[in-house]
Ligand binder design. Sequence first.
Ligand code: SF4
Ligand code: MG
Length: 330
Amino acid sequence: TKHFPVRRKLRDLFSNRKDVVHAVDDVHLVLRRGKVVALVGESGSGKSTIARLLAQLYPRTGGDIQLHGETTKVKGGSAFRRYCSQVQMIFQDPFASLNPTHTIRYHLTRSLKIHGNAGTTEADLEQALRDLLQQVQLTPPERYLDKFPHELSGGQRQRVAIARALGAQPEALLADEPVSMLDVSIRLGVLNLLRDLRDRLDLAILYITHDIASARYFADETMVMYAGRMVEGGDSETLTQSPAHPYTRLLIDSAPDPDRLAGAADAGGADAGNGEPPSLIHPPTGCRFHPRCPVAMERCRTELPVPLEIGDAPGHWAACWLYDREEVAK
Ligand code: SF4
Ligand code: MG
């Protein structure tokens, strides 16, 4: 596993505040119920690390994670346990995340029991299992309950992984490239399921992807990461129609075909375009994108850009010196 030495501050996972303040140096992310936030970037940009930090799978070296304004301490305590059941993770590879020696019934029962949602009787449990499979549209449930993971298709396995997460009755799902290993033809179905769950269960969803076209399709809000930093954020429509940061523009220009939506993920997506992502161990000084940026200025080599409002839509910002008022005035 790659070491991720970038200073991290993760604040306000859930916040009641309407206004999102983007910290200057830090990763700052707010998830709200009923909304999907996409985190887009190429491999090595740190997006999976953020998901794992938020899922409490990595120990934090700094920063803050809050649920409903309450800071979660690292490991142990009731706030930590509550957090871990309310924030569930879905991994890229559903085959790796399910135990091949156990049935679907076992996986879902375990999730329901761990999180105290199995009821008191056998009949309660049976009903809860059926409800979970129905929620992910694996019906009739009896067709799936006693199967093993290898007897299901990739898309069905990812649906089981989602059902297992729902067994915790979470408020938030952290979905790390949930469709990128699936056949192109079934990606849209899984994204549509997640969107349906967002609405029916009022879930907050963090959708991690290297495919900006699918972010536009699926997410209410999109944040773009480059080399461990957030470089642009805003509502997905604005950000993809009027990208401000040169890196976001590169991502959009190198997406193979905007109409392919979720299908673009296998065709390079964020990894396309000129140049290589920088090392996070010795990142470039100033703007980390400056070695690849076609419009880099002198100051970009030394000065770290601060997030600046773009002004075309509320909440649209970019960390790029092009939007500094003094540069604009020149
Ligand atoms: Fe390019 Fe400078 Fe903007 Fe960085 S700050 S993206 S180098 S123009
Ligand atoms: Mg990853």
